[in-house]
Design a protein around this ligand. Structure first.
Ligand code: HEC
Length: 145
């Protein structure tokens, strides 16, 4: 009897988690990418001289990019392929490559944090490095909606 109750409880749990995660991934993915886009926007304003160079602001943007891209691949669990149109089915076929591209961006942001760009021109150069990482993943795995 107890076994039976446990089995039923386990089934309920499996049922709810899969429904919840299936519903949530679109928002998670979009929010993460918007956050990364916002951080890049902050760096861009400094690089273009629209905002004064501030080491703390540069650090905050790089940290946000690094932390957000580190969790980003967890928003693509098996079975969540249909959650949004922007994510290519190729992500699930090449999960290791997708994760490697995310890690490349995290590592590049990390390296920049270790040697913080010291002026607006250096921030511009840093954006060039990071921008290549965005493009390399988007070309492969982002579907233009
Ligand atoms: C590991 C892969 C990967 C990397 C690296 C990556 N992106 Fe993305 N990005 C995606 C995918 C996949 C989507 C589509 C997500 C969706 O529609 O749910 C996306 C979508 C976006 C969007 C649109 C979000 C929306 O409103 O729907 C923006 C903005 C964006 N990325 C910015 C960036 C920037 C800026 C960088 C680099 C600093 C970057 N991304 C790096 C995979 C990546």
């Amino acid at each position: 009897m107890i076994k039976r109750i446990l089995a039923v409880a386990a089934l309920c749990l499996i049922g709810t988690t899969s429904v919840v995660s299936a519903e949530n991934q679109h928002d998670n993915r979009e929010a993460a990418m918007k956050k990364i886009g916002g951080a890049m926007g902050g760096l861009s304003a400094i690089a273009k001289g629209q905002k004064d160079y501030e080491a703390d602001a540069v650090k905050a943007s790089l940290t946000s990019i690094k932390e957000t891209i580190t969790v980003f691949p967890t928003y693509f669990p098996p079975g969540s392929e249909g959650d949004d149109k922007g994510a290519s089915p190729k992500i699930w076929e090449n999960k290791a490559d997708f994760e490697a591209r995310a890690k490349k961006l995290a590592d590049d942001a990390d390296a920049l944090l270790a040697q913080l760009p010291a002026d607006a021109a250096a921030v511009g150069a840093a954006m060039g490095t990071l921008g290549k990482d965005c493009a390399s993943c988007h070309q492969q795995y982002r579907v233009k909606e």
